[in-house]
Design a protein around this ligand. Structure first.
Ligand SMILES: Cc1cc2nc3c(=O)[nH]c(=O)nc-3n(C[C@H](O)[C@H](O)[C@H](O)COP(=O)(O)OP(=O)(O)OC[C@H]3O[C@@H](n4cnc5c(N)ncnc54)[C@H](O)[C@@H]3O)c2cc1C
Length: 281
């Protein structure tokens, strides 16, 4: 008699990655293409697939990341001086053994932005990303990917700033031909506009911030005439802005809160670590 033991595969696991190429995408983002022997196992479970990117600390070549099921507890236990940088990003493309991640260059103030500004082929990182061998993905399960308009949605609105541009690009590319959608994107510079082939029912409004420190996104969305019928909103970007937009859709437009997905992608004046620290208070 033979006994088959099914090896349990977690939805996400750590992958050692090496930078293969770096190139600008528009004026404010840089595309880092990662490769590595294991990266063939990385998949996406939806267009806005989030991952964690671990980067070496100053003076290190390879980030030392605890792995295995209890990795997060062990990561948090590390003295701060030994903890690798961990930041959240979006898979822009995953293809045979390669993964593209588009990093906003918002200056040298953050370790990830700084790293992306000098990244070069051969640099090392670790990605915590979906493992295609997880059986749930074959059943259509989503883990860390949230753009999912409920059945019967008549129209959708997709709103974000430049940090959401990689996710929104993938969302727009995933639209079926009969999609009715309004997309609003605020970016730092004219050169960040993307040129998408769009279904006829989709319109995109680009707002260019230029040198301004204030956002015009909320007022543009407020002023928009939206179609009738059950809608769906996907909102991502600076967290204060995202909260304001969510309130607008739920309280002022009367959208069922279950039909509003929102996620603060960054917080003005706070590092991503600060967000984790306050979540644990
Ligand atoms: C689900 C999800 C997906 C994301 N996908 C992407 C993606 O694909 N590409 C991408 O570039 N970002 C993405 N982000 C946002 C990214 O994680 C944050 O911008 C992160 O703070 C960058 O880390 P950092 O080390 O550069 O800066 P941090 O050390 O976290 O912050 C340092 C300082 O920079 C400020 N800051 C952080 N981000 C910005 C910004 N974009 N513009 C201006 N100031 C900023 C902070 O307020 C802080 O004052 C995503 C976030 C989430 C939650």
């Amino acid at each position: 008699m033979s006994v088959t033991t099914e090896v349990e595969v977690e939805p996400f696991r750590h992958f050692d990655a090496e930078v293969l190429a770096v190139r600008p995408v528009g004026a404010s983002l840089v595309r880092v293409t990662f490769g590595g022997a294991g990266l063939r196992d990385i998949t996406t479970s939806g267009p806005d697939q989030r991952i964690k990117v671990f980067l070496p600390r100053a003076g290190e070549v390879v980030p030392h990341v605890p792995t295995g099921p209890d990795w997060y507890a062990r990561y948090r236990e590390l003295p701060e001086a030994e903890r690798p940088v961990m930041r959240t990003y979006t898979i822009r493309h995953a293809r045979d053994g390669e993964v593209d991640v588009d990093f906003v260059r918002h200056g040298d103030v953050g370790p990830a932005s700084r790293w992306a500004g000098t990244a070069a082929p051969g640099d090392r990182a670790v990605l915590l990303a979906p493992d295609r061998r997880f059986p749930g993905y074959a059943r259509g399960e989503r883990v860390g990917a949230d753009h999912l308009p409920p059945a019967g949605t008549a129209w959708q609105v997709v709103v974000g700033d430049e940090t959401a541009l990689p996710a929104i690009s993938a969302i727009v590319e995933s639209f079926p031909a009969d999609t009715v959608a309004r997309v609003f994107l605020e970016v730092p510079a004219e050169g960040d506009r993307a040129d998408w082939a769009l279904p006829p029912g989709v319109t995109v409004t680009w707002l260019v911030r230029g040198g301004s420190t204030t956002s015009a996104l909320a007022s543009a969305v407020r002023a928009a005439a939206l179609p009738e019928g059950p809608g769906y909103a996907w909102l991502a970007g600076e967290s204060g802005l995202v909260r304001e937009l969510r309130r607008h859709f739920v309280s002022e437009r009367g959208l069922d809160r279950k039909r509003v997905y929102f996620c603060g992608y960054w917080r003005r004046g706070k590092t991503e670590d600060a967000a984790y620290d306050s979540a644990e208070d």
